[in-house]
Write a protein of this length. Structure first.
Length: 148
C-alpha cells in the first residue's frame, strides 16, 4: 500500500464498488455502452490485483486498472477525483500500475485516451509518456445492454 501524499493506494475491495463507480461518473469515464459494474466484475474475474484504488478519508478518490497480456501492459480507468487533482495522485496511481506491471515482466505499457479528452494529453506527456504513431481499432464482442 502506498500511503504518501494524503491518499492510500491499495487493491480494490468489494466495499469500494459504489464509490468507484461514482468516481468514474464524476470523472466522465463511463459511457452508456459500458456498464461500470460489469467492467469491475470482468476485471475481478481475470486479474483482481490489477484494480487499484486511492482512498482518502474513507472515500475512493482515485483508481487505475492495469493488465498485462504477455506482450504489452494496458491501463484503463485512470481517475482522480476533481477535488484531488494537482497533488500528483494521478502520477502516483500510474507509478503503482507501472510497478505492478514491471513485477509481471511487462516490457511496455500502452493506454488509450479519447480524442475529446485533450486535457489528458498534457498529463501523460508530463509523466513521461509519448504518443505512439498508431490508430486504435475496436469491436464490441459483448454488448452490455444485451446481457441476459
Amino acid at each position: 500500500m502506498d500511503t504518501t501524499g494524503g491518499a492510500d493506494i491499495r487493491p480494490f475491495r468489494s466495499d469500494d464498488r459504489a464509490g468507484l463507480v461514482e468516481l468514474w461518473r464524476r470523472c466522465d469515464l463511463t459511457r452508456p455502452w459500458n456498464d461500470p459494474d460489469l467492467d469491475i466484475d470482468r476485471k475481478l474475474a481475470v486479474d483482481p490485483e490489477g484494480l487499484l484504488v486511492a482512498e482518502a478519508d474513507g472515500c475512493v478518490v482515485g483508481s487505475v486498472m492495469a493488465g498485462y497480456d504477455g506482450h504489452r501492459g494496458w491501463v484503463n480507468y485512470l481517475a482522480v477525483d476533481p477535488s484531488q487533482r494537482g497533488a500528483r495522485l494521478g502520477a502516483r496511481l500510474m507509478e503503482a500500475a507501472e510497478t505492478l506491471l514491471r513485477g509481471r515482466g511487462c516490457p511496455k505499457l500502452n493506454l488509450q485516451v479519447r480524442t475529446s479528452n485533450t486535457g489528458a494529453y498534457a498529463f501523460y506527456e508530463a509523466i513521461g509518456y509519448e504518443r505512439d504513431d498508431v490508430v486504435s481499432f475496436g469491436r464490441r464482442l459483448v454488448h452490455d445492454d444485451d446481457r441476459a
